[in-house]
Design a protein around this ligand. Structure first.
Ligand code: ATP
Length: 249
């Protein structure tokens, strides 16, 4: 069986005759965390929406496990920048939403989410409302809800950008831990170079006008990086390379 879960092939997009994305091709294998990195306005969200089937592309294809899903929504799980938890629903009510939407009854759905609350570091929060939780906890609840949509690929659009620096770093480590325990492939859209370098197995850098894939970087294996990867010469070399590509954009 092919390891490729997502393939974006030669996707282009214009808005009002203005090309934004030109001939974008990328692949993601099962289990990978791949970052799509670009400056503000480079078309990351546009590509995200095309992959999620929320926006039509002008040319190209989106393939999921080899099947053409171009323009089809509901094939991947996705999470937008803000946590978007419903303030009037408890945490259990929020994270169980995908199961309830699939027609499960409330009791069964709540029973199913309880062990996941534990895995996602949210044990004991089921009866609380989002406003009572910290930003990091709300983001974990939103990630759990995304995961419970049950699709093999999660698209995350700047999921940690609203968090303070320390909480964000803790969330990065947490995400790397939790991803070992669940079966999920991630496409992370971000403009944060450090975040991409800390989380991703591979990075696609978008640059130019219109945006193209300027380069693809393969990072050292997650297990070999260690907690202080950000302080290593390897990290700094990657960062320098990315900065020079983005600066020339
Ligand atoms: N619906 C639309 N109609 C017209 N232009 C659009 C539309 N959506 C996006 N654009 C334009 O396309 C370009 C790319 O926007 P997009 O939001 O995809 O970039 P981005 O890389 O996600 O930016 P950011 O990091 O700031 O969110 C921008 O110039 C934007 O103004």
């Amino acid at each position: 069986m092919s390891r490729i879960l997502l393939e974006v092939a030669h996707v282009s997009k214009k808005f009002d005759q203005q090309p934004v994305l030109a001939d974008i091709s990328l692949k993601i294998d099962h289990g990978e965390i791949v970052a799509l990195l670009g400056i503000s306005g480079s078309g990351k969200t546009t590509l995200f929406n095309i992959i999620a089937g929320l926006l039509a592309c002008d040319q190209g294809q989106v393939l999921l496990a080899g099947e053409d899903v171009t323009g089809q929504s509901g094939q991947v799980s996705y999470m937008l920048q803000k946590d978007l938890l419903l303030p009037f629903r408890t945490i259990a009510g929020n994270v169980a939403l995908p199961l309830l939407l699939h027609g499960e009854n409330k009791h069964a759905a709540y029973q199913k989410v309880l062990p996941y609350l534990e895995t996602f570091g949210l044990a004991g929060t089921q009866a609380q409302y989002p406003a009572a939780l910290s930003g990091g906890m709300r983001q974990r609840a939103a990630l759990l809800r995304t995961y419970l949509f049950g699709k093999p690929l999660a698209l995350l659009d700047e999921p940690f950008s609203a968090l303070d620096e320390i909480t964000k770093r803790n969330m990065h480590q947490w995400y790397l831990d939790v991803i070992q325990q669940i079966d999920l492939t991630t496409l992370l859209v971000t403009h944060d170079i450090d975040e991409a370098l800390v989380l991703a197995d591979r990075i696609y850098v978008l640059a130019g006008t219109p945006s193209r894939i300027a380069t693809e970087l393969k990072l050292p294996a997650r297990a070999q990086r260690g907690q202080d990867f950000e302080l290593t010469p390897t990290f700094v070399d990657f960062k320098r390379q990315i900065l020079s590509l983005l600066a020339g954009a």
